[in-house]
Structures are given as C-alpha cells and as structure tokens.
Design a protein around this ligand. Structure first.
Ligand code: ADP
Ligand code: MG
Length: 402
C-alpha cells in the first residue's frame, strides 16, 4: 500500500519516519521506499536501526524541519530488529537486544508530557527508568509539539507490574509472610520518591482555578461512573453517596498546595521489574483519561501516591480472584505492601528535606477517583475488569486504612 505522508523525517537509504494523518487521528510510522512510493515498514526493515544511527550522530538537540531530534547517547549502534509482541498501544521494536524504539502509532495531540518529564529526569540522572536514548518530536502547522518516537535501552527479561505484583501477593498470602512484598514495595516507594525529587524543580503552588478544575473533574468522573456502574457498583455508590461526595469535595480544598510535573498515571502496571530485582518506572505519557492539555499540567504528589496505593489494593483483588487465598492473610499482605511503599516514599522525601511536597490528606480522595475511573474503564473497554472496582469501592469507603 502506498502511503501519503504529511511529513517525513529522512533517515537515509530509503528509510524514514512518517507522520500520517487519517480519519482516526494521526500516526507516526516507520516507512521504506517501495517502487515509486513509501510503504509501511516492519521490524527487520532497518528503520529503527536507522533512527538509532541518527541519534548517535546527534549531539543534544537538532531541528529537522518540523521534527526535533533529542539524543542522550553517543557511539552505540546495535543491529538486528525484532518486534515486541506483548499487548501494547503503540508499536515497539527491539534493536540488537540493546534498545527499544517505540513508534507513536497512536499520535496524541500536543503538548506531550513525556518530552519535558523525560528530559528533566534524564538531566537529573534519575536511575529508576529504562535508560533514555532519545526522543523525536513533531510540530504540526497549528498546535503544539507532540512525541513521535521514543528510544530507550532494552531491559532483557523485564516483567510487567501486574505479573510480578500478583505473584508476590499470592506467595506472601500462601506463606503468611509479607517480607518479600514489603521489600519490593519499599523499593518502588523509594523509586517514586526519587522520581518526585528529580521533578521537584518544577514545583509551584496550586491556585483556586486548579482546585476547581480537579474538583469538577472528580465529580464528572463520579457522574460517568454512576451511569456506567453495574448493579454491585451502583448499589455501593447509592449506599455511600454522602461519604463519596464528602471525600471528593476535599479535592476542591487543594488550594495553595505544592504541585509539580509528576508522573500523572502511576500504578503498578507502570513499574517493570528487570534483572536483579531492579524496578523501573515507565510510561510518561500522562493520564489517558484527561484531555491532552490537562495531561501536561502539574499535580499534587498525592495523585501519583494514590494511584500506586490503589493499584496495590487492586493487585490483592486480582490475586483473590484467581487463587484460593485466606482473606485475612491476603489483607495483611495488601496492608504491608501499602505501608512499605508509603514509608519508603515519605522517608525518601524527608531525607532530602522535601516532605512538604506531599500532602497525605489528599490521598483518600484521589484513591476514590481512581476507583471510579476503573469503573468507567471497565464499562467502556474491559467488562471483565469490573469485579476489581466493585470490590475496591466498598473496601475504600468502609475505611480501608491508608
Ligand atoms: P505502549 O505505549 O505501546 O503500551 P509501552 O511503553 O507500555 O508501550 O511498552 C510496551 C511493552 O514493551 C511494555 O509493557 C514492556 O513489556 C515492553 N517494554 C517497553 N520498554 C521496554 C524496555 N526498555 N525494555 C524491555 N521491555 C520494554
Ligand atoms: Mg503500555
């Protein structure tokens, strides 16, 4: 199939990165010359390799028409391409077991949160993320710059967060021993603390407009979740209506609190475990349920902390669904995971004298908003996930500690 690109980043030898607009939005895809036109390239066509060649030849930033190439590497040229085949939104290619090139096949309107966040984290030497190699951005005629390709160092044997966490919770509940869970979650808590410290230079203070926007967003989430909930969720929302409203109202009080360029979509699924029990944080694309202009805005640290804590509660629910586990033991594991995460996180901030960055009081409201978002996500995209918010909602509203 011939493609008519909107724009091309020439990578030499008949290879290019193409930006294509179509009815479903835009795509950034690898292409190769074919007869007298361009054809979509796949792993093995050498386009990912050619992009890495360009990165190695680029020092810092380089403008190429509407593309900007940002490089953090020098002198490495891996060879050989194979596709990543796990469930993914975009399209990633592993090059020479050394790097991963992600083509933004689902192009988001800019501005794109990953560009400033990855740049700041790289400048700060933040270690708990896949090694950053480079980025390519593209600026449309009208509108803000967006991300079209991301290159990171390849982490062999990386295990997805939902896999390692469920495995750990199951093993912990079976043996009634929280040691390994607590150790892993403490490592993740310290990494999130370091992440926030590395981004703390962007900190400002929230305004009344910010608080109003968050509060309105939370109540909009509640309205949609109430419409889309199944019978179980709807019954809980009806029974605890007063508590739900009171909790979400607290988001409107977050005026004058520290806000900064946080992760924005943090949960256990964003934490890969790589070789040697190393945990790395991925996906700085911002929260997909927010409109793009809101994804780049600064938020309180409690948004990230709540996202991670609530995901541990969801890990316990998933573990209970698929394994025959003693509920009291599983609850102890779940509580230990959250306590270890929070303790390591706050210890990290305190050690750097930055404890004021995190207001713990906002966590319950953001945890509730996260559960409501899971209801919407399940209803719209993954009905078999609904048992998770259905179980999480009453637990949270009945006063799940933390
Ligand atoms: P998408 O936006 O397409 O979902 P992700 O960044 O989530 O892309 O990556 C998709 C998958 O690729 C991840 O779930 C992970 O399994 C794998 N992956 C991503 N980056 C790396 C890396 N640096 N090393 C090893 N595997 C990776
Ligand atoms: Mg992903």
């Amino acid at each position: 199939m011939d493609l008519t690109p909107t724009d091309l980043l020439d990578l030499g030898a008949g290879r290019a990165l193409a930006v294509i607009s179509h009815d479903a939005g835009g795509s950034a895809v690898p292409v190769v010359t074919d007869h007298d036109g361009w054809r979509r390239a796949t792993a093995g066509d050498g386009v990912a390799e050619a992009l890495i060649t360009l990165l190695t030849a680029t020092e810092g930033r380089s403008e190429r028409g509407r593309f900007t190439v940002i490089s953090w590497i020098a002198g490495q040229q891996p060879h050989g391409e194979r596709p990543i085949t796990v469930d993914q939104t975009n399209e990633s290619v592993i090059v020479g077991d050394a790097a991963v090139v992600k083509w933004s096949t689902h192009l988001e309107p800019g501005p794109h949160p990953a560009v400033p966040r990855l740049s700041a984290l790289t400048a700060a030497g933040f270690p708990a993320m896949p090694p950053p190699w480079g980025l390519v951005t593209w600026r449309p005629d009208a509108g803000a710059e967006t991300l079209v390709a991301t290159v990171t160092g390849y982490l062999p044997g990386a295990v997805d967060g939902w896999t390692w966490a469920v495995d750990l919770f199951v093993a912990g509940a079976r043996t009634d021993d929280a040691t390994d869970v607590a150790a892993a979650c403490a490592t993740v808590g310290a990494a999130v603390g370091d992440l926030h410290l590395a981004l703390a230079a962007t900190a400002t203070t929230s305004t009344a407009d910010d608080a109003r926007r968050w509060r309105e967003g939370a109540f909009e989430t509640l309205r949609t979740a109430t419409l889309l909930a199944d019978n179980t969720g709807a019954a809980v929302l009806a029974e605890y209506g007063t508590e739900v409203t009171a909790l979400l109202e607290r988001i409107g009080d977050l005026v004058g609190v520290p806000i900064f360029d946080a992760h924005g979509d943090l949960h256990v699924g964003q934490v890969l475990r790589s070789a040697g029990q190393r945990f790395v944080i991925t996906d700085f694309d911002g929260n997909p349920v927010l409109p793009p202009w809101q994804r780049v805005l600064p938020v309180p640290a409690a948004v990230d902390v709540a996202g991670m804590l609530q995901s541990f509660a969801h890990v316990a629910i998933v573990a209970a669904r698929h394994h025959d586990l003693d509920p009291a033991r599983l609850h102890r594991i779940d509580a230990a995971a959250r306590a270890a995460f929070l303790d390591a996180y706050t210890t990290r901030l305190a050690a750097a004298g930055q404890q004021q960055l995190f207001s713990a009081g906002a966590v319950p409201a953001f945890r509730l908003q996260q559960v409501l978002r899971e209801i919407i996500y399940a209803a719209k995209h993954l009905p078999r996930w609904m048992y998770v918010p259905d179980a999480a909602l009453p637990a949270l509203l009945k006063g799940d500690p933390l």
